[in-house]
Design a protein around this ligand. Structure first.
Ligand code: C2O
Ligand code: CU
Length: 552
């Protein structure tokens, strides 16, 4: 089945909180239009850029089996679309169903360019059929142009402005007078069930989400079925998607759904919008009754996080077969966290906005990733050609990314010596043998500050086999691993002051970005990439690039 759709990205003026500005939008909508597909479909999605800013679109969570060309990462898998350029992304949605999403992957454009991609399964759901399915896109509204926010933050080497409000389906909601009239509303019919398809499209916030007086049964997480569990409050990291059932169990009344920030313990460093975004659920004939607000945990309630995550197990049945790797061919240990750049001149001022006048950085294994923005080919194309024995010059990357940090320290103990605070810079990738079984430990560090980093690996869903606080210990930590029904995700919050253990089989050739989905951290270089090299057999190799593949 082929499913063709056209998307045009152009400027449009949008008003929220009484403030009007030009935004780059998909087909004039904020959030962008929902794309519907059926399991097994081949999608042909043509994207045309009518705006000045270079653009790529990424299909977040789509595994892109042998279609890395369509993954939409600037300079990694394609050169960005310049004004008036188009590209038709071709990929098949197979072996995954549910809520996925798409977003811009250049600069901070994803603040306005994003939408849901919903894949319907052939089989029935392994839970009661809902009466209605509703995409709920959680996002942000910025009074300022986000491109100016990030340009200034990078020039100043540090602090950045924050959004003026959180949004539900593009609207701040009822707690903001100037926007209350436009808030999102959903009419409920008593006795019906609703499948809420949640996407956290926020740039920099994990979110709590709840509906007053209605419990939510989580049935899917990042497009994988989970053993259903019922909670009052959902926690969703930026980049994650989650499907939850809501039963309209009341006869009448008006109830808010609301989203609020889950932030780092020490929020004095980054203030955030403290007013939740709201939307309204109304039963018929309930006009006039005043809406009830749900209870949300406080912003730093990490015990709620542990409670919520402890209930997450992946469903293993005929809808979805789990194949958790039991053996490991390749052990990777990556520290993730902050850093500082020692070159701290921020003209016209002599100092930058980071700690002690330095420039803030992100790093993985103490390496800050430099996006090769002057490349003449994407890294993928260089890789593809070199796999075929074609010698190409001008590739400004190498495959030397270390399997563990060069200089280990006590990652979660007292802050390490200042010398460890200055990551080196480079475009270093890790070469992974096709079909090898990989274990990746992501370890948070105390450099500057602990934080929950929502890491995302392109091209794969991975099993989260373990999680812990403190330092990962290869001798003792694996004893607690769940190799039976662990969470299966494409985005995973590394606990602040702790670690996560991931496993996957590298069965998808290509160049796959691994990065923190807090956009400011990505901008600071908290990313790297895997180069999964093709095997020898026909079925193992990457097809050649499509004819309209964007060149630099
Ligand atoms: Cu949702 Cu690399 O992104
Ligand atoms: Cu991060």
């Amino acid at each position: 089945n082929c499913h063709t759709t056209e998307k045009v990205v152009a400027y449009k003026s949008v008003t929220r909180l009484g403030c009007t500005k030009q935004m780059m939008l998909v087909n004039g909508q904020f959030p962008g239009p929902t794309i519907h597909a059926k399991e097994g479909d081949t999608l042909l999605i043509s994207v045309t850029n009518l705006a000045e800013h270079p653009l790529t679109i990424h299909w977040h969570g789509v595994k892109q089996i042998r279609t890395c060309w369509a993954d939409g990462v600037p300079y990694i898998t394609q050169c960005p679309l310049q004004k008036f350029q188009s590209y038709t992304h071709r990929f098949r949605v197979q072996n995954q169903t549910g809520t996925l999403w798409y977003h811009a992957h250049t600069s901070w454009l994803r603040a306005s360019i994003h939408g849901a991609l919903i894949v319907q399964p052939h089989q029935n759901y392994p839970f009661p059929q809902p009466n209605t399915e509703v995409p709920i896109i959680l996002g942000e509204w910025w009074n300022e142009d986000v491109e100016e926010v990030i340009a200034r933050a990078l020039a100043r080497g540090g602090s950045y402005n924050l959004p003026n409000a959180l949004t539900i389906n593009g609207q701040p909601g009822f707690l903001y007078n100037s926007s209350a009239a436009d808030a999102y509303r959903l009419q409920l019919q008593s006795g019906h069930t609703y499948l809420l398809r949640l996407v956290n499209a926020c740039m920099n916030f994990a979110l709590f989400f709840a509906v007053a007086k209605h419990r939510l049964t989580v049935v899917k997480f990042d497009s994988a079925y989970v053993v259903p569990f019922t909670v009052n409050v959902i926690l969703i990291q930026p980049g994650q998607t989650l499907d939850a059932l809501l039963t309209a169990s009341h006869q009448r009344g008006r109830f808010y759904m609301a989203a609020s920030v889950f932030s780092m313990p020490n929020s004095s460093i980054i203030p955030f919008p403290t007013i939740p975004a709201t939307a309204l659920l109304e039963y018929p004939a309930s006009g006039g009754s005043s809406p009830i607000m749900p209870r949300l945990p406080s912003h730093n309630d990490s015990s709620y996080r542990d409670y919520f995550e402890a209930q997450q197990f992946t469903l293993n049945n005929s809808n979805q077969l789990l194949l958790v790797p039991r053996t490991v061919d390749r052990h990777l240990f990556y520290t993730v966290g902050y850093g500082l750049a020692s070159n701290h001149s921020c003209p016209p001022l002599p100092t930058c906005d980071g700690i002690n006048g330095n420039r803030l950085r992100g790093s993985v294994n103490n390496i800050t990733f430099n996006l090769p923005t002057t490349a003449r080919k994407s890294l993928l194309e260089y890789g593809y050609l070199s796999c075929r024995g074609v010698l190409v010059s001008g590739a400004d990357f190498n495959l030397s990314f270390p399997d563990q940090p060069d200089t280990p320290f006590d990652y979660t103990g007292p802050p390490p010596p200042r010398s460890a605070w200055y990551p080196e810079h480079g475009t270093r990738l890790s070469a992974i043998r096709f079909n090898s079984s990989v274990q990746l430990i992501l370890q948070d560090t105390s450099i500057l500050e602990f934080e929950t980093h929502p890491f995302h690996l392109h091209g794969y869903s991975v099993y989260i086999v373990g999680k812990g606080y403190g330092n990962y210990d290869p001798a003792t930590s694996p004893a607690s691993f769940n190799l039976i029904n662990p969470p299966l995700r494409n985005t995973y919050g590394v606990p602040s002051g702790g670690w996560l253990a991931l496993r996957f089989v590298a069965d998808n050739p290509g160049v796959w970005l691994l990065h923190c989905h807090l956009e400011i951290h990505t901008s600071w270089g908290m990313e790297t990439a895997f180069f999964v090299r093709e095997g020898n057999g026909q079925d193992q190799s990457l097809p050649s690039p499509p004819r309209d593949y964007p060149r630099c």
